[in-house]
Design a protein around this ligand. Structure first.
Ligand code: PMP
Length: 412
């Protein structure tokens, strides 16, 4: 018998990857044409490879790990669990939401693997190819990445320090009838804007008039990173009367992002569809992480001290960054000092080739985030940059911020 006939002819995935011709003929789903890489994550991976000082990502600073003793996981968390999340943690999230004006029963809450998973689940539930989805301009770029994957038709609404453009909102809701409106109104990524109370109430009143077709998705990861006042204004969902809503929260910015624990709360019966989507996506979020988060957040003294610590260290860095920007960027850019969150959002006085400037910066050991990917329209503004102030050390802020503006200044 010819020994070659004894070889089974399975199409091992490994073989497919090793054979470029076969790879070309693979039948990917149509939506994969709409799959874009995240610019931020690309820059981040280059930063990790080359120990570059990064102002590009949205990472906590190393002070966030200081004195952070994580509880040891118990055997009970080694087992598979419920898709909707552990009961104790959902109840705790319900009570935290109640304290910011969002009265929602525990059954209407899912524990998610970060709020990023919440974005994926709502996209799966509501977006068909060419469905209209309304987003802020600018908006969170990884939300755009998911909405694009599901082939949403993005409709934009201007946002600024005074909040959302209400006239445009009304027009968009009336004429485009978006499946949902995605907002990050509290210390927004990337702009740092925090919508004033009045603007929030007006947005809610307008949404209530279009409750039959548009759901509000409120993404609220930065609420606790609040440097100027006792409390950030209540979420917009707390003002809604008839419109449906989904609220996304996370523990990434207040505990550790590596735990990947977020929450999704929803107003309607569609929570059961979201729960099934969650089941299909990952069965459930890490039970080890859920246990750790529950134990930490159940201790109100710990929570209070933790918030004070983070607010204090990030406030110092924010103030330093603002001072350094006044020294090095005043001639070439404009910005507002953010009241919370993790970012400065700068508008350059002139259009600049920011890809070239970024490459030059990377060669000099520092990274920033060009602003264009935060706009849903593919226009090249070449005029915006986002700078993270929570991750770099104070000495790095002093040393490397001038390098960024020297490089950008040369490119003008
Ligand atoms: N939404 C916004 C606006 C964010 O900035 C981030 C993190 N950068 C996320 C969602 C995702 O956060 P996580 O998945 O870590 O909860």
């Amino acid at each position: 018998m010819d020994s070659t006939h004894e070889e089974p002819s399975f199409n091992f995935p490994l073989f497919i990857h090793l054979n470029p011709d076969l790879e070309i003929s693979m039948n990917y789903a149509e939506r994969i044409q709409h799959l874009t890489g995240s610019v931020a994550r690309d820059i981040l991976s280059r930063c990790q490879d080359q120990s570059i000082i990064s102002f590009a990502g949205g990472l906590p600073g190393r002070e966030a790990w200081q004195g952070l003793d994580l509880p040891k996981p118990e055997v009970t968390s080694f087992q598979y669990g419920a898709s909707e999340g552990d009961a104790g943690l959902r109840a705790l999230f319900a009570s935290r939401l109640g304290s910011i004006g969002v009265d929602v029963p525990t059954e209407q809450i899912l524990v998610t693997s970060g709020s990023q998973q919440g974005l994926d689940l709502v996209s799966k539930l509501w977006i068909d190819p060419e469905s209209a989805v309304a987003v802020e301009s600018p908006t969170y770029l990884a939300a755009l990445q998911v909405f694009r994957l599901f082939q949403a038709e993005m409709v934009t609404i201007e946002t600024g320090p005074q909040g959302l453009d209400l006239e445009r909102l009304e027009h968009v809701l009336k004429t485009h009838r978006p499946r949902f409106l995605y907002l990050n109104p509290t210390f927004q990524n990337p702009s740092g804007n925090c919508y004033p109370e009045d603007n929030r109430r007006e947005i809610a009143a307008i949404l209530d008039c279009y409750a039959d077709h548009t759901v509000l998705i409120e993404d609220d990861p930065y609420r606790e990173l609040n440097y100027e006042r006792e409390e950030a204004p209540l979420p917009i969902v707390s003002h809604l009367k008839t419109a449906n809503w989904v609220y996304l929260g996370t523990t990434s910015k207040i505990i550790i992002p590596g735990a990947r624990i977020g929450l999704l709360a929803a107003s309607g019966s569609f929570i059961s569809e979201l729960q099934k989507l969650k089941q299909a996506a990952d069965l459930h979020s890490s039970r080890l992480s859920q246990q750790v988060v529950l134990e930490l957040l159940s201790n109100s003294e710990w929570v209070h001290a933790r918030m004070k610590h983070l607010q204090q260290v990030y406030r110092v860095k924010r103030n330093l960054m603002h001072e350094e920007l006044l020294k090095h960027a005043n001639e070439i850019a404009q910005w507002q000092c953010p009241q919370g969150g993790m970012f400065f959002w700068l508008r350059l006085n002139q259009r600049t080739d920011l890809k070239m400037a970024l490459n030059r910066c990377l060669d000099r050991g520092v990274a920033f985030m060009p602003g264009d990917p935060f706009f849903a329209e593919s226009t090249e503004h070449g005029q915006w940059i986002r700078l993270n102030f929570t991750s770099p050390d104070e000495s790095d802020i002093r040393r490397f911020l001038p390098v960024i503006f020297e490089t950008i200044g040369q490119g003008e």
